[in-house]
Design a protein. Structure first.
Length: 405
């Protein structure tokens, strides 16, 4: 049975307490916009998932006052090595991006579970009762000058049938509920896209070297191999596979890596192994009056290059700036302003998504098998040995030339 419905007014509502949803909440709080976060999970994730945080987002974390906490457990990466399995092709120096205005010209490798934990703790300290875990949004109604958001509590126990329901009146609803966004479906917003033909396998192995070697990107005749340090003195290995591996085994992955690059990780010490395919999707709209889509709910790109979560953060940051402007103009919560004007996030951010998607596609293309692999390797070697193009490549790889303000 259900208990009586609670009718309340709420500030901005963010749905989803993953890294993008929590980052959105903190970006709003920085600009004095109150919000609550609704999350149907009862607890945070416990796996690594997204790892790389790029310089523009490191600058944002610095503005939020969180960067020092991230640096405690993160691994700072100042350079990357391109290799073909037999010889070094060149090197990317990320510190060169400082000239483009980055205060932190490096990539920070930081596991998503730890990222989510730090963001959650930071927001909880600012607003201790503003994260509702175990609540699911079941619908919303657009009344023009405000939204009514319906949600109910999800019991931790199947034996408990009592469910607390809520109706919240809010000026803004932001969906950060992932690529399978329920709210996007409720809003009737199309989500166009398709899978890529590319498949990969990855695994985590101990890396006892100290200091740990920098990331390696191997462009081999059999396809891409990536290797980079992660937390707890481990190293993640990623390989391009011919077909999707439904049940990858550590021994197979170790041998495949050895065959391509001459390094054989200890299969007996593998702590994680998985396979994955890749897809790209984009919502037809990111704004529908007072309803917004942010992060994977709005766009999904290839994870090769590690820019997906960062793209979500860039969008969340821009949306917070937009909403702050509307608040200053007294448009955000003004009953006489029935429909909300189009925001910069809804109109201008499309170019950023297109560019990041294009770069991710290029990363995948360079990692595919090719009959002209020698030409591809020569091209990469040439790019990295000409100082001007090497700096440009570092800028593109670290998202340093994308608008962040």
């Amino acid at each position: 049975m259900k208990v009586p419905v609670s009718h309340e007014s709420a500030p901005v509502i963010v749905v989803g307490a993953g890294p993008v949803g929590l980052f959105q909440a903190l970006s709003l709080h920085l600009r004095a916009i109150d919000c609550v976060v609704i999350e149907k999970r009862h607890k945070s994730i416990n796996d690594t998932r997204s790892l790389g945080i790029h310089p523009p987002c490191l600058d944002m974390l610095d503005e939020l006052g969180l960067l020092n906490q991230f640096l405690k457990k993160g691994i700072r990466v100042d350079r990357g090595i391109a290799h073909n399995g037999r010889k070094k092709l060149g090197e990317i120096n990320f510190s060169s991006t400082q000239k483009y205005g980055n205060k932190h010209p490096y990539i920070l490798i930081h596991p998503q579970n730890e990222t989510e934990k730090l963001l959650k703790n930071a927001f909880s300290e600012l607003s201790s009762h503003s994260i509702r875990y175990g609540f699911e949004v079941t619908g919303f109604r657009d009344n023009g000058d405000h939204l009514v958001v319906y949600s109910h509590e999800i019991s931790k126990s199947p034996d408990i049938q009592v469910s607390k329901s809520r109706e919240d009146r809010s000026p803004i609803l932001i969906a950060c509920d992932g690529k399978n966004s329920t709210l996007r479906s409720m809003a009737g917003i199309a989500y166009a896209g398709s899978p890529y033909p590319d498949t990969y396998a990855m695994g985590d192995f101990p890396d006892l070297e100290y200091p740990q070697p920098p990331p390696y990107v191997y462009i081999t005749s059999e396809g891409l191999v990536e290797s980079f340090p992660i937390a707890e003195q481990k190293r993640r290995w990623v390989i391009k596979t011919e077909h999707y591996q439904s049940n990858p085994q550590p021994h197979w992955l170790s041998e495949s890596i050895y065959a391509r690059v001459g390094v054989k990780p200890d299969s007996a010490s593998c702590t994680m192994i998985s396979s994955f395919g890749i897809q790209h999707h984009r919502a037809a709209l990111r704004q529908k009056n007072r309803f917004f889509l942010v992060g994977d709910a709005a766009h999904v790109i290839s994870p090769i290059g590690g820019q997906g979560m960062n793209l979500g953060w860039l969008g969340a940051w821009l949306l917070a700036i937009d909403l702050n402007k509307l608040q200053i103009e007294e448009t955000l919560d003004n009953p006489s302003k029935n429909l909300l004007p189009s925001t910069s996030y809804s109109t201008n951010f499309d170019a950023v998504i297109t560019e990041v998607t294009r770069r991710a596609h290029w990363n995948m293309k360079m990692g595919r098998k090719s009959k002209l692999q020698w030409l591809k390797q020569f091209f990469i070697q040439l790019l990295l040995h000409v100082p001007s193009t090497a700096k440009r490549l570092a800028k593109r790889f670290t998202m340093s030339d994308l608008p962040t303000k």
